[in-house]
Write a protein that binds this ligand. Structure first.
Ligand code: S3P
Length: 457
């Protein structure tokens, strides 16, 4: 796959030297790569399916590559072809205990979902990751899966490396009744995957919506799963323990979060007009585009297939608004790029309730505030809120540390399209975890770029 080629080609060195320069007139049409959340879930659900699954258009990125290697270590057989992969699952309850620890790289989603899956099994598995993943909190997963009977060995800080002995190795998996205090699709999915092997029905109460692809995929594969909407915010998911997950082929639509980066690039540069094709049509994930529209953006979403749409975006004079914390789980991955849009918009942007940003691939709360401040934007923070006063001119001309975080790296590269002097981001290689063609796509749309140390032609 691409990741192997990228690594062997020594392209990473170039990626780390790449930066975007002041541009306008972005134009053309781009198909964004597969959705990261759906790609990772497609692999994990195929692993526990009884039979073969064909996954089309899977995201070809480093996070997905690590999850792919992990499911092979857990027993799946994979055949990779151009445009699709074939996964022969082991069936629920037949996970293999790998001979060596599983390396998850930077992938929080892959790790947390697999911790849940292994928790309900009879396998013994150790997970570890890169320096960013090793710093991320795992107690939010450990707590519920211990309650379900899994045994955990890790250091006192409850971070990776973590060894899990599945609940069924020495007994059985207990159903759980869990209240999701943190609105997180990763925690919810980990519990759902563990609950598949439980004796009886488990319940998860959520108070804020989060992405629901695990629920959808499991239901479509014969698992009995129900949603009981108590009121506007409260939803109780029930899932019955089972012994069978049926295989079902899947085609992965494009990632709305990747589309958001290209969209903001078109919005903030002058005389731009782009079309982004094949984007997952999911109102929850498209919330970023509603927010941008509220800011005055020219964005036209045209539904195409059953679950895809195309998005037309044109340069716009944006106006800042206040975003309440009720939006925070829908926008969780988009705040970094939204902050970039806000930094050149008219008026003041107030983004409330961003506490969870501190626990992403980096402390994104600080990365946004420090990065914008260094770039010359007008930014301050107060408790869990970020306040940005838009400026007509942003100086740039600085070096931003991406802190091993793809979304921070992509965001500040995009800011460099409009700053008076370019911004150089240290750590672009993190981009390969989710959007390896980020620079290529921007160049295709007409963005100007340079490579540090190379003369421009
Ligand atoms: C994801 C859930 C979100 C999101 C992450 C992907 C998923 O994390 O930030 O990029 O695929 O479940 P949380 O569940 O921690 O909010």
């Amino acid at each position: 796959m691409f990741i192997k080629k990228l690594k062997s080609d020594n392209n990473l060195k170039n990626l780390n030297k790449y930066y975007l320069t002041r541009s306008n007139n972005l134009s053309g049409s781009i198909k964004v790569p597969g959705d990261k959340s759906i790609s990772q879930r497609a692999l994990i659900v195929s692993l526990i399916s009884s039979g073969t699954t064909i996954i089309e258009d899977i995201l070809d990125s480093e996070d997905v590559y690590h999850t792919m290697k992990a499911i092979i270590q857990l027993g799946a057989t994979l055949k990779v072809s151009k445009g699709y992969i074939e996964v022969k699952g082991v069936g629920l309850g037949n996970l293999k205990s790998p001979k060596s620890p599983i390396y998850m790289g930077n992938s929080g989603t892959g790790t947390r979902l697999l911790l849940g899956l292994v928790a309900g099994s009879n396998a013994l598995v150790t997970f570890y990751g890169d320096s960013s993943l090793t710093e991320r909190p795992m107690d939010r997963i450990i707590m519920p899966i211990e309650e379900m009977g899994a045994r955990i060995v890790c250091s006192d800080n409850k971070k990776l490396p973590i060894t899990v002995l599945g609940a069924r190795a020495k007994g059985f998996t207990l159903p759980i009744n869990y209240k999701l205090e943190i609105p997180s699709a990763q925690i919810k999915s980990a519990i759902l995957l563990a609950a598949l092997s439980a004796k009886g029905t488990s319940f998860i109460t959520e108070y804020k919506k989060s992405r629901n692809y695990t629920e959808k995929m499991l239901s479509e594969r014969g698992v009995i799963l129900k949603n009981k909407k108590v009121n506007k915010y409260k939803n109780i998911i029930s899932v019955n323990g089972t012994s069978l997950v049926k295989p079902k082929n899947i085609k992965v639509p494009g990632d709305p979060s990747s589309a958001a980066f290209l969209s903001v690039a078109a919005l903030i540069t002058k005389k731009s007009s782009i079309i982004i094709e094949n984007v997952l049509y999911d109102k929850f994930r498209l919330d970023i585009f509603n927010i941008l529209k509220k800011m005055g953006a020219f964005i036209n979403i045209i539904r195409e297939g059953k679950n895809t749409c195309k998005i037309i975006v044109k340069s716009s004079m944006l106006k800042n608004i206040t975003i309440e914390s009720k939006n925070s789980s829908a926008l969780i991955d988009e705040y970094p790029i939204l902050s970039i849009a806000a930094s050149s918009a008219e008026g003041t942007m107030i983004m409330k309730g961003l506490g969870e940003l501190r626990y992403k691939e980096s402390d994104r709360f600080s990365a946004i505030v420090e990065g914008l401040h260094k770039s010359g934007a007008d930014v301050r923070s107060f408790e869990d809120n970020i306040i940005i006063k838009g400026k007509k001119k942003i100086k740039g001309g600085c070096i931003i540390d991406a802190k091993n975080d793809h979304r921070i790296s992509m965001s500040f590269n995009i800011l460099s399209l409009i700053t008076e002097e370019p911004i150089f981001v240290r750590g672009n290689k993190s981009i390969i975890t989710s959007f390896p063609d980020f620079f290529k796509n921007l160049n295709e749309l007409g963005a100007d770029s340079a490579i540090y140390g190379k003369q421009k032609n």
